[in-house]
Write a protein that binds this ligand. Structure first.
Ligand SMILES: NC(=O)c1ccc[n+]([C@@H]2O[C@H](COP(=O)([O-])OP(=O)(O)OC[C@H]3O[C@@H](n4cnc5c(N)ncnc54)[C@H](O)[C@@H]3O)[C@@H](O)[C@H]2O)c1
Length: 314
């Protein structure tokens, strides 16, 4: 995106969303955050309080986005690009309330795509998830393997991907879906029980409290720093790569046990590492194949885990 554009970031007050907003504003774009503040915070955007490039619209992504965005487009012209991040992000909640999850996550995506179709938006980038894969036997996980989501959350992310492809193919709305692996970094909310393990471990280790591992800690994850994820989003937001689906990860995996030890070491204190029974249905191994990310989007997630952890702990 060479010239300044008007971009909507749904879920822009959240963890990944607010970093995306930072990057777009720094690059000179005008940004509209559309968020219902269910988990997002105004404080995540406080650094732009004096900026005339940011407009915050409080709105549910599944209800009334046309009306909510009308005053903004009347003032600044049409929305050109949309980053769709707004979601109910808890896998556990999706199991407990599959209908609500579907309405927010799949329904929200349909609203965004309808808006994009009606308004001639030039690109929609969607936050999908490694949850579309379910348990896999071959690592690294390639985008074109058989998909078997194991939660309503994963099913809704996959359904949203199909909707993106349909709108691109049939209605000519350019779309890209990014399957985020385990994203971590500053502003991830450690107080949420559904938050990423890194934010919870970091919060506890800083306070010298015990770190709790479910199972033996041998389960592995591909942890990707939020700054690298934002580079993938911004790259995908440009022209081209329509109908692309790409993993966003590092291509590396680390065990939860090793992660806990590293965090305790970086904190320089003596938080004990404790174990609880393994959680039913937890995926054992995860590591992204990242060829598409590198070859199609020109992005390599290069932040080393210890550097990302230091930034998170700070
Ligand atoms: N964090 C990860 O590791 C990860 C991994 C895979 C996919 N994702 C996806 O990335 C996206 C962003 O996740 P995050 O980690 O930043 O979570 P987050 O909870 O910090 O951000 C979600 C944002 O969406 C907003 N929101 C929720 N429901 C809404 C609704 N109905 N209408 C408007 N706004 C709404 C929240 O207020 C919040 O600001 C989500 O779509 C999530 O599913 C995240």
């Amino acid at each position: 995106m060479a010239h300044p554009t008007l971009a909507v970031v749904t879920g822009g007050a959240g963890f990944i969303g607010s970093h995306t907003v930072d990057k777009l504003i720094a690059a000179g774009h005008r940004v509209v955050v559309l968020d219902n503040f269910s988990t997002g915070k105004r404080a995540n955007l406080a650094q732009h309080a004096q900026s005339d490039r940011l407009t915050i619209v409080e709105c549910d992504v599944g209800h009334g986005i046309f009306a909510a965005l009308a005053p903004v487009t009347a003032k600044y012209g049409p929305v050109e690009r949309i980053v769709h991040l707004a979601a109910q992000v808890s896998v556990v909640s999706s199991v407990a309330n599959p209908m609500t999850d579907m309405q927010i996550n799949y329904g929200g995506t349909l609203h965004v795509l309808e808006y994009a179709r009606a308004s001639g938006v030039k690109k929609v980038v969607f936050a999908s998830s490694a949850a579309v894969y379910g348990e896999v036997t071959t690592l690294p996980v390639a985008e074109d393997i058989h998909l078997q989501p194991m939660s309503p959350y994963g099913i809704d992310k996959l359904s949203s991907e199909y909707a993106l492809d349909y709108y691109a193919n049939v209605h000519g709305v350019p779309t890209t879906a990014l399957r985020f692996f385990n994203v971590y970094g500053p502003r991830q909310d450690p107080t949420s029980p559904y938050s990423g393990v890194i934010s919870i471990f970091s919060d506890r280790a800083k306070a010298g409290r015990p770190l709790l591992i479910f199972g033996d800690g041998g389960q592995t994850r591909d942890f990707v720093f939020v700054g690298d994820v934002v580079r993938a989003i911004v790259s995908a937001l440009g022209d081209g790569n329509s109908r692309l689906i790409a993993n966003v990860g590092t291509g590396q995996e680390i065990s939860v046990k090793e992660l806990a030890r590293t965090i305790v070491e970086l904190c320089g204190n003596k938080s004990p590492i404790q174990h609880a029974p393994a959680r039913a249905g937890e995926i054992l191994k995860s590591r992204a194949r990242v060829d598409r990310l590198r070859d199609q989007l020109g992005v390599v997630a290069e932040t080393k885990l210890v550097d990302g952890l230091r930034a998170t702990l700070a």
